[in-house]
Design a protein. Structure first.
Lengths: 133, 355
């Protein structure tokens, strides 16, 4: 009453004004994400045994892979595509993966210009990632 | 020490010296032509002050809005975002100028110009420093309030001319609000006028050499701030342009530079009212003598403006029925009480001192 609440409000905003900002300067400073964030997928092709478990585990049938047998009768990946437009990043495929070749990663800058780019060629991405590192 | 004092005196009277120099260029320094030249220069200075103030205040408003919500505000263009307003102004200039087909074209086009003219007229009577009033009127306060109340008409013209329900509603709200709040605003200034026995703003500043009137008239100052914010249609009294209720009030149909003129006018009016508040209650250009008078004046105006922004980003909008309650049932009786107390105080003071 009699403006006590008004003064209290002014005090709170003044405290906010002189206090530190909580803004993250995103493009210049990358945020530190919580460990549970799942925003991208990564594949290590040399670990993959082409068992097709991930394809069957996926609820949205995002993953499509083909393989062929080499001379020592082992399966080798020939292509591994993920239609990320339908991916929920639920992580079922990584849980089921027996060799942990497929992992959930925390890259989040996934925006693209063309809808066709949503179809990730995981082998190509793995190669590019290896080059970058 | 002597040179320092001389330097300070020169700085303090810098603009007076320049004015005397320009007058000296004429054969007769007090001729009509010399007076006319000085008036034109005064007008140009007032326009420059308004445009500069609008440029700075628009950015400052956004910065304060950011700081109160723990953001840094605009920070991309220029050092810490200080060129943002220039980019905004350029964007506004580039926009299409639309006049609605059903609008009352003349009224629609005159309204923003009127709004922008008012701060130019009101700021003319403010003494910016010792002897630095562009027009030294004897009825300064009276003139100021009379001129600033014209903006009511401009808001109604904008609302009516747009031929739009929401604009008209906003315009009607503007009339109701501004007419109501003018009364406590004027009455709060009356106490100061009673003490100084003058409407002249220069005389009022001279009278505050020892003590600013905020100490003698604290109640009047509070009423002045509240009624002033309502008079400017700024939050928490921005019912005229309440987005949730009347879209943008009278500004709904305006685009581009015409809308920008409304914006400029709002910040110009804000500067003018802050200047009046600083002159009447905070002591104008009077201040400790280590800074020139005009610096003190603009610092006080800045503090006043900052407080208004601070209040805007703190309080939610007042409800429309409470708006009228506050004006007629709270502020007006308090203002009249203040006049009564001031009168009693003057009488007792005269009785004790005069004997």
């Amino acid at each position: 009453m009699f403006g006590k609440g008004l003064l209290q409000g002014l005090g709170i905003t003044l405290k906010r004004m002189v206090g530190p900002n909580i803004t993250e300067f995103y493009p210049e400073v990358k945020p530190t994400l919580p460990t549970k964030v799942r925003s991208s997928m990564g594949l290590q092709p040399d670990k993959c045994i082409s068992c097709n478990m991930c394809v069957m585990a996926c609820p949205n049938s995002v993953i499509k892979l083909t393989s062929e047998k080499n001379e020592s009768n082992k399966k080798v990946l020939t292509s591994y595509h993920m239609n990320v437009g339908r991916c929920l990043f639920c992580g079922m495929c990584t849980e089921v993966c027996p060799t942990k070749a497929l992992t959930v990663t925390q890259e989040f800058e996934n925006s693209i210009f063309e809808p066709d780019d949503l179809n990730w060629d995981m082998l190509e991405r793995a190669k590019q990632k290896g080059q970058v590192k | 020490m002597e040179t320092l004092y001389n330097l300070f005196e020169t700085l303090n009277n810098l603009f007076l010296i320049i004015a005397a120099f320009i007058r000296g260029l004429f054969a007769d320094p007090q001729s009509v032509w010399a007076n006319l030249t000085m008036d034109v220069i005064g007008f140009i200075i007032v326009v420059v002050i308004i445009v500069l103030a609008a440029l700075i205040l628009i950015l400052l408003e956004r910065k304060v809005a950011g700081w109160t919500s723990q953001r840094p505000g605009p920070n991309r263009l220029g050092p810490r975002g200080w060129f943002q307003t220039i980019a905004d102004a350029l964007k506004l200039i580039g926009k299409e100028d639309v006049t609605p087909a059903g609008a009352d074209k003349l009224i629609f086009k005159i309204a923003p110009m009127m709004i922008f003219c008012i701060p130019m007229m009101t700021l003319a009577v403010i003494p910016f420093g010792k002897g630095l009033a562009p027009a030294n009127l004897d009825l300064g306060i009276f003139y100021f309030v009379a001129m600033s109340s014209i903006s009511t008409v401009a808001f109604l013209m904008a609302g009516w001319g747009s031929n739009n329900k929401y604009s008209l509603l906003g315009g009607m709200r503007a009339v109701a609000q501004m007419v109501s709040y003018e009364i406590p605003l004027l009455f709060s200034l009356l106490g100061v006028v009673m003490i100084t026995q003058s409407f002249n703003l220069g005389v009022i500043v001279e009278a505050q050499a020892t003590i600013p009137f905020i100490v003698l008239q604290p109640l009047a100052f509070v009423i002045f701030v509240i009624a002033g914010m309502a008079e400017l249609n700024r939050a928490p009294f921005d019912l005229v342009e309440a987005d949730q209720e009347v879209v943008a009030g009278p500004f709904t149909e305006y685009t581009g530079l015409r809308w920008g003129l409304f914006f400029l006018g709002e910040y110009g009016n804000m500067t003018a009212l802050s200047a009046l508040g600083a002159t009447v209650f905070l002591g104008g250009w009077q201040g400790p003598a280590f800074l020139p008078g005009y610096v003190w004046f603009f610092m006080k105006v800045g503090v006043f403006v900052f407080f208004m922004m601070w209040a805007r980003w703190t309080f939610p909008r007042i409800r429309i029925d409470h708006l009228m309650h506050l004006a007629w049932k709270v502020l007006l009786p308090l203002a009249i009480l203040n006049i009564l107390l001031t009168g009693l105080g003057i009488y007792i003071y005269g009785f004790v001192m005069g004997g």
